[in-house]
Design a protein around this ligand. Structure first.
Ligand code: ASP
Length: 328
């Protein structure tokens, strides 16, 4: 029989009682055995309690720990499932996809909108599907939710309470788990399985909005090592001097300080094209990096990961190319 490692980090899936009380360590795995006995028919599932927290508490240092755990233990299993709260599941999926290079086995993240202990919980099916994907799905970091398998670094949480909580608007699904299960091939390995767990969290996410006072992001620049700008549409932001809200000085100052700026879009589908409008040209002229069709989460996590290993042009090249299928 095949072996699957199930690493629990917390989230709604394992919660019980009056929310947000978490189940106590130990009882989560007992609940899984009681509520989803079918899992043992699919594989020999070995449990590992990594944490039992709401995913808003999962910080970059914990991504690195989780990646290290998977790096060390994965070769002994046929695949791994990580149970995770849905709020920052996208960020953890991105981090694991950048940290674990050339995965030899599938790593599947899942969670639930309703605790496993409750009636009509989506946790049961999500767990069965995630274990199925860990056994038969592509060898990369994926997210399994509501009968669909997505590339991990392409997902966005799109719903707070419906069961189809995730989508990957800029990338086709990697699998469907309906009456029949079907999986795509996924990424191909380009070398040895390695761990690159370092991250530098000193980044800032700036969402552009009408009325934004440029003095605020300018004041932030001395405190950070990189910025992701979530711009309008194709990568737009105000550059008119008329009302004193041009962000051009921000881009110039970032360049002067050597702070890389990655531009991504507030739109969910398609991506940034900095050659299309005047502000895009301003961004390009000041050395800003196009985030293409990356999600905001992917851009933030990739910047943290890139800053820990690269500088200058090497960092730019790292951010501009697809490292783990996160951009087209
Ligand atoms: N707040 C929860 C978490 O992210 C939400 C969930 O799991 O769905 O841990």
């Amino acid at each position: 029989m095949k072996n699957v490692l199930l690493v629990h980090t917390g989230g709604t899936l394992g919660m019980a009682g009056r929310r947000p009380d978490a189940l106590k360590p130990g009882s989560f795995f007992r609940t899984v055995r009681e509520r989803v006995p079918e899992l043992t028919k699919l594989a020999r599932v070995e449990f590992h309690l990594f944490a039992n927290v709401d995913s808003c508490e999962l910080q970059p240092e914990l991504w690195a720990e989780l990646a290290t755990l998977l790096y060390e233990r994965l070769p002994r299993y046929d695949g791994a499932v990580v149970t995770h709260g849905t709020d920052t599941l996208a960020e953890t999926a991105c981090a694991l996809s950048f940290m674990l290079k050339n995965l030899p086995r599938p790593v599947v993240l899942t969670g639930a909108q309703r605790p496993l202990k409750e009636i009509r919980s989506d946790a049961r099916l999500n767990l069965i599907d995630a274990v199925t994907a860990a056994l038969h799905g592509p060898k990369e970091v994926t997210v399994c939710f509501d009968s669909h398998l997505f590339r991990g670094n392409r997902v966005r949480k799109v719903s707070v309470s419906e069961y189809d909580a995730f989508d990957s608007p800029n990338h086709p699904t990697l699998g469907v788990l309906g009456v029949d299960t079907r999986f795509e091939k996924g990424l191909s390995r380009r070398g040895r399985f390695t761990l690159e767990a370092e991250v530098d969290p000193r980044v800032f996410l700036l969402r552009v909005f009408p009325g934004l006072d440029p003095a605020i992001p300018l004041a932030i620049l001395p405190k950070v090592r990189g910025v992701v700008v979530e711009a309008y549409g194709a990568g737009n932001f105000p550059v008119s001097k008329a009302l004193g809200r041009s962000l051009e000085p921000f881009f110039h100052e970032a360049r002067r300080r050597g702070v890389p700026v990655v531009v991504v879009s507030q739109a969910q589908r398609n991506g940034v094209d900095l050659s299309l409008y005047e502000s895009g040209n301003v961004a390009r002229a000041s050395g800003a990096i196009s985030g293409g069709d990356m999600t905001v989460s992917a851009a933030v996590v990739k910047l943290m990961h890139g800053l820990a290993r690269h500088r200058g042009d090497a960092l730019r090249r790292y951010l501009e190319r697809s490292v783990a299928g996160e951009r087209g």
